[in-house]
Design a protein around this ligand. Structure first.
Ligand code: F6R
Length: 608
């Protein structure tokens, strides 16, 4: 939801800023802009539309001299996508330029305050108030000025600020929006996310809420809300730049689908030691693990779907009730949560505003919060009591794939550990399930090897469908939800998912000759029931593609069966979802969609 970047060093800033924005475009892509300092004056170029427009206008940044600058890629919230609403926004006198990710909730009040003092506004954005406020409060000390401005702002922000008074320094600050400082050799950076500047550095400082940073080529000086210097330890990321490049794949999404065996393995294997599960980043004692009487899962979108699989798995294995909420609803239903509830918050980005708000609510109610997060040092990771990282590496495509599968794998690991500690599985069951988890990477590889051609073929036949219905029971229903989301978000085909038994309670009236139904029938225990539901739609003329395990006998009932490799009874969703992701991907590809950047979406949803 908007990406910001900043550079100061000996090189020309604009090409580096644009390169950084390329790595952040997944966060928003309806307009972009850069501002650089040239002979003490701020020069700015902004363009509506994709980043390529900015690239063309500036000859990839080469037309802008200057070695210090800031840049932005936008996902519009206040004001339509347009040149004038694009960031950076500049102050009245042109002495300050600002890029912003987040939302200023009291911007109307601040706008009135500034208008009364002679300021004029050219955009409809909430951000423009920040540029004018900085100018209004400027007293020769940029850090003190920013502190004053931050005291006036309500809402969320990561800011980059360029000032004509500082020849080689820019400033940054954050509250509830991600911001990192990249430390290079005689050059330094800021970015919303590390992959944006990974080509230049793997050493980062994580900026905390309320902090301000003055970034020069040789230093990144951090100050807290009281203007006191803060000592921060840099940390080094393991990934190299290839993790954020396509490496020959036509889209990041396909690359990330193929990275799933590695992502799942990296999430599981460091935690499986000598036949046991060791969650060493979790500080609870085994005694505490036995005291929880309820688990509460809070997440959005695909992470919510991952949580649903977790619910089925954990309830079955641990005999603890698991409630699951879409994060945006959680706070508003007076949830029954206390200090005997474990809240599990799931988020790939670790920055989703609704999920973060849910986490805070759960903590306020006295719950211990464990987060399952992919991005190290993200807000959700930092505010949780414990973190179980998914080690999927950077996920660039807007539609999550490896993020989702590694979340499911982490939930299964957690469930199995709890079951062992709480004594709800026997040693033999534990060992068997552990073996099933360890087999997952190879089983995903088998889908990628054996099922892909058939899925490509099916996609070429059905890509022109207007609607698709995904049905399933139990964990297959949770998979149906994810399959439908994948298809609709990247192909724009209207796709819905239903608990298969529920269809006949209304929705079946939509089924007519040629309606496309994807029947997720992987759970062998529910196959007979699924067969009946398949018959119900077949009788009404539907075309049915079934997803089923090896040994199924659905061929005579449906139009096509995608037969999955043999998998564990309780762990198969991690494998089966791969086929649904491929189906969504190849259908979107056949329709010529912009797969990595679907319309209206952004990777990291930092507004509520
Ligand atoms: C769908 C998708 C979204 C995210 C959701 C939560 O493909 O990616 O539904 O799952 O926005 O995002 P995180 O996991 O970053 O909190």
């Amino acid at each position: 939801m908007c990406g910001i970047v900043g550079y100061t060093g000996a090189k020309k800033a604009a090409p580096i800023l644009i390169e950084g924005l390329t790595g952040l475009e997944y966060r928003g892509y309806d307009s972009s802009g850069v501002a650089v300092l040239e002979n003490g004056q701020i020069k700015m170029v902004k363009a509506k539309g994709r980043l390529k427009n900015l690239v063309e206008l500036t000859d990839n940044g080469e037309r802008l001299p200057g070695t210090v600058g800031i840049g932005h890629t936008r996902w519009a919230t206040h004001g339509e996508p347009s040149d004038v609403n694009s960031h950076p926004h500049i102050s009245k006198s042109g002495r300050f330029a600002v890029v912003h990710n987040g939302i200023i909730e009291n911007y109307l009040e601040l706008r009135d305050f500034l208008i009364a003092r002679g300021y004029e506004f050219v955009s409809q954005t909430d951000t423009e108030v920040i540029a004018h406020l900085i100018e209004y409060y400027y007293n020769g000390d940029p850090v003190e000025t920013l502190r004053k401005v931050m005291n006036k702002l309500e809402g969320s922000y990561a800011l980059g600020v360029l000032s004509c008074y500082a020849p080689d320094t820019f400033y940054a600050a954050r509250k509830d929006s991600p911001l990192v400082v990249g430390l290079g050799e005689h050059e330094n950076f800021i970015a919303s996310d590390m992959p944006a500047v990974l080509k230049y550095t793997r050493r980062f400082l994580l900026i905390d809420d309320g902090e301000i940073v003055a970034v020069s080529p040789t230093a990144a000086s951090v100050f807290n809300r009281n203007r006191e210097p803060v000592e921060k330890q840099p940390f080094t990321v393991e990934w190299d730049v290839s993790a954020a490049e396509k490496n020959g794949y036509p889209h990041f999404m396909l690359k990330e689908i193929y990275e799933q065996p590695k992502a799942v393995e990296a999430t599981l294997s460091p935690r499986i030691k000598n036949g046991d599960i060791v969650l060493d980043t979790i500080a609870w004692t085994e005694e505490q693990m036995r005291t929880f009487d309820k688990i509460n899962v809070v997440a959005c979108g695909s992470a919510y779907h991952a949580g649903m699989i977790g619910k089925y798995f954990i309830e079955k294995l641990c005999r603890i009730p698991v409630e699951i909420d879409v994060a945006s609803e959680f706070r508003y239903r007076a949830p029954i949560v206390d200090n005997r509830t474990l809240t599990v918050v799931i988020s790939q980005s670790g920055e989703t505003a609704d999920t973060l708000a849910g986490l805070r609510e759960a903590k306020k109610l006295g719950s211990r919060v464990l987060s399952i997060v992919n991005v190290v040092g993200s807000s959700i990771a930092r505010e949780s009591d414990d973190v179980l990282y998914t080690w999927a590496g950077p996920e660039i495509a807007v539609a999550t794939t490896k993020g989702y599968t590694s979340q499911v794998a982490a939930l299964m690991l957690l469930g199995l550990k709890l079951a062992r500690v709480r004594g709800t599985v026997t040693q033999a069951q534990f060992t068997e399930l552990l073996g099933e988890l360890q087999a997952l990477p190879d089983q995903i590889r088998a889908v990628l090897d054996r099922n892909v051609e058939q899925i490509q073929y099916l996609s070429s036949v059905y890509f022109a469908s207007n609607d698709a219905f995904f049905i399933g029971r139990g964990m297959d229903y949770a998979l149906a939800l994810e399959g439908a989301l994948k298809l609709k978000e990247i192909s724009y085909i209207h796709a819905e998912s239903y608990a298969a038994g529920e269809l006949k309670h209304g929705t079946i009236s939509l089924i007519e000759k040629g309606s496309l139904v994807i029947a997720v029938a992987v759970d062998k225990r529910l196959q007979d029931k699924m067969r009946s539901n398949i018959k119900e739609v077949k009788t009404r003329g539907a075309t049915v593609i079934a997803l089923a395990p090896v040994g199924n006998n659905l061929a005579s009932e449906v139009d096509h069966v995608v037969t999955l490799p043999d998998c564990g009874e309780d762990t198969y969703p991690v494998v089966a979802v791969t086929a649904l992701q491929l189906l969504g991907y190849y259908i979107a590809s056949a329709r010529g969609c912009d797969i990595d950047k679907p319309r209206n979406l952004a990777k990291s949803v930092t507004v509520e």
